[in-house]
Ligand binder design. Structure first.
Ligand SMILES: [Zn+2]
Length: 186
């Protein structure tokens, strides 16, 4: 499957996905509040979705389900997700495999999932399945949107970043505020 030739405004659709994600905030248990939109080559929305409670649909599956309910094919479509699709079968089947099976042509993500069992593995499954992947669209915005989840569920991400930054004291405080949208815990 070759990458769709079009001029979709990735940032625009990622903002729509972020808006979907806000609907999930507070309702996802220990899962991240993720949003998703699926669009055709002309930018028409085929489905929107967000992550539901633990063991329930993730955003990508929710959006695919809406498209199916409306009788819209998502073969060859572009899927925008604020977070990298999951790579392993946990409480729900892996979204990365489901996306390949549904013949989505392209996936655009903001942020890789810091979960140690995902972190690039979702992207790899997609690419090996012939899906074009675009990363880091509005990455900083989505990291701030998901900061409360990252810092509680995956604090290693913040620790590794802080260590790797080489910053200390006030400089680290300022960079932390920019990255996570809140004060660095002491
Ligand atoms: Zn998933």
């Amino acid at each position: 499957m070759s990458a769709p030739q079009d001029s979709l405004d990735h940032a625009h659709f990622m903002r729509l996905a972020m808006r979907e994600a806000e609907k999930a905030r507070g309702g996802t248990g220990d899962n991240p509040w993720v949003g998703c939109v699926i669009v055709d080559a002309h930018g028409a929305i085929l489905g929107r979705g967000h992550t539901h409670g633990p063991g329930e649909d993730h955003a990508e599956i929710d959006a695919a389900r809406e498209a199916a309910a409306e009788g819209r094919s998502i073969e060859g479509a572009t899927l925008y997700s604020t977070l990298e699709p999951c790579a392993f079968h946990g409480r729900t089947p892996a979204c990365a495999h489901a996306i390949v099976a549904r013949k989505i042509a392209r996936v655009v993500i903001a942020l890789r999932d810091p979960h140690p069992r995902v972190d690039g593995a979702g992207v790899r499954i997609l690419r090996e399945g012939g899906v074009d992947v675009v990363e880091a669209v509005l990455e900083d915005d989505v990291r701030r949107q998901l900061a409360a989840w990252i810092l509680v569920q995956h604090p290693h991400e913040a620790h590794a970043w802080a260590k790797g930054s080489g910053l200390a004291d006030e400089a680290l405080d300022a960079a932390w505020l920019e990255r996570y949208g809140g004060p660095r815990p002491r």
